[in-house]
Design a protein around this ligand. Structure first.
Ligand code: EPZ
Length: 424
């Protein structure tokens, strides 16, 4: 909020959404109980729990962030179609189901509105491991008596495909290579849980993951890594409001691309053992932001940094190289007074002196986060509608922002959703 409240203070990072979701799916690989600590209380986690419970898994919160999961001897092969439509990450159960029971059926997934979300790389890899795949319209049936190891080269370092294939390969017969694998920290976190379960996975975090199949896996206890995207969102909030925010309980190494970009824009960035801090008591400079697979700049922070660029000095070029259409936040930012032009996969942002609060609509999770950040910096009051998208990936966002000095409240709205009101 330029001229309004500068956010300052400290927040604690929650566990990573994009790690917790595949880890919950991985618990299907064993009949024994798994305990996951530092699981964020967010809607996508609740959805994933409904998915695995529908398959025959028992899930129980042992504590505010501790999940106990135990899937029985028998698992149903198909998650409910409405849940798969609601959340693309549901497709991550296919690998474990195939590895454990030899059958999985899925309807083509839904999820955020950020472009087509095919699963061809998942299908190609599972076929290479011996799965028979039949596509019947929107429903895909996978069958395999026993998966066998394969040497798989991904056309694109897909996070979900890498995770699904890692999990399927754990119980396959023989050795699997996943080449051009995704290198995100969440892949490393999944390898860590799988190996604690008795799997033999190597190479996560590099572009070649190697898995030697074993006959069965056991239960394990694992602490989920911190959410680098949540961390980056709060750092961007400091940047856009010219504040001073420290996020604790983080792994700074996972945030390097974000920290480097904010420093390049002129923010003062500092790191401690398990904390990162951004101070920006002055106007930042525009720059070029290219959203790429890890370790490049994360696409899940591209909308948030686009908001920061709206108020920076000069022109910024925001190139989205991961998703076909991830500029749904631009239209709403322009309604607040931003000067942005989208040409294909590039948004050209001309910095302006201020944004004006108004009623804006969040089309998806990260676009919603970008709009909240813009509202925090805008003059006057904003109403962010569709704020229920934010609940998918941010634990207690209004509470954490208020603790940093923002005046933000969530209001119940029609249809069980709520809006978030941000006032100057
Ligand atoms: C994961 O999605 C994350 N979600 C996304 O975060 C993140 O944006 C994305 O990885 C990229 O980092 C979870 O981990 C639950 P991809 P995923 O497979 O696995 C294309 C958020 O906001 N592709 O790496 O679906 C695809 O269309 C969410 O937290 C294929 O073409 O991402 C996209 O253009 C949003 N065929 C690109 O690859 C496939 O079979 C990246 O997709 C699979 C993917």
């Amino acid at each position: 909020m330029v001229g309004g409240r500068r956010l300052s203070g400290q927040v604690v990072a929650a566990g990573a959404k994009n790690s917790a979701l595949p880890l919950i799916a991985a618990s299907l690989l064993t009949e024994e109980a798994c305990l996951l600590d530092r699981v964020p209380q967010i809607r996508d986690v609740s959805t994933m729990l409904r998915v695995v419970e529908a398959l025959g898994c028992t899930a129980r919160w042992e504590d505010e962030h501790v999940l106990w999961l135990k899937s029985g001897a028998y698992l149903a092969p198909q998650p409910p179609a409405d849940l798969v439509r609601e959340m693309r990450a549901s497709v991550q159960v296919v690998g474990p189901l195939l590895g454990r029971c030899g059958a999985a059926t899925i309807t083509t997934p839904g999820g955020c509105a950020i472009g087509p979300r095919p699963i061809n790389l998942h299908v190609q890899g599972l076929r290479a491991m011996g799965a028979k795949v039949e596509e019947d319209g929107a429903v895909i049936h996978f069958r395999a008596d026993r998966l066998h190891g394969a040497d798989i080269l991904l056309d694109y370092p897909s996070v979900g495909a890498t995770e699904n294939l890692m999990m399927a390969a754990c119980l396959a017969d023989g050795r699997t290579f996943i080449r051009n694998a995704a290198r995100e920290p969440e892949i490393v976190d999944l390898q860590s849980l799988l190996n604690q379960m008795g799997a033999r996975v190597r190479g996560a975090g590099t572009d070649v993951v190697r898995v030697d199949g074993v006959s069965r896996l056991r239960g394990a206890h694992h602490v989920v890594i911190p959410d680098r995207i949540e961390v980056g969102t709060y750092l961007a909030a400091a940047a856009i409001t010219r504040g001073d925010v420290t996020v604790t309980d983080v792994i700074p190494q996972h945030c390097e691309a974000t920290l480097a970009k904010l420093a390049e824009m002129g923010a003062e960035v500092s790191r401690a053992e398990s904390a990162v801090r951004v101070k920006a008591g002055w106007r930042l400079r525009g720059t070029t932001i290219r959203a790429l697979p890890y370790p490049g700049f994360p696409t899940d922070l591209q909308p948030q940094l686009t908001s920061v660029a709206c108020l920076a000095e000069g022109v910024s070029f925001v190139q989205e190289e991961v998703f076909a259409s991830r500029f749904k936040h631009v239209e709403e930012l322009v309604r607040m007074g931003a000067d942005i032009r989208v040409e294909g996969r590039v948004a050209i942002v001309q910095g302006v002196d201020y944004l004006t609060g108004t009623t804006i609509h969040a089309p998806d999770l990260r676009a919603g986060a970008a709009l909240v950040l813009a509202a925090l910096a805008a003059r006057g009051e904003s109403i962010v509608e569709g704020a229920h998208h934010l609940d998918r990936g941010y634990e207690n966002l209004p509470g954490k922002l208020a603790a940093l000095g923002a005046e933000v409240r969530a209001f119940p709205a029609a249809g069980g959703h709520h809006t978030t009101r941000v006032t100057a």
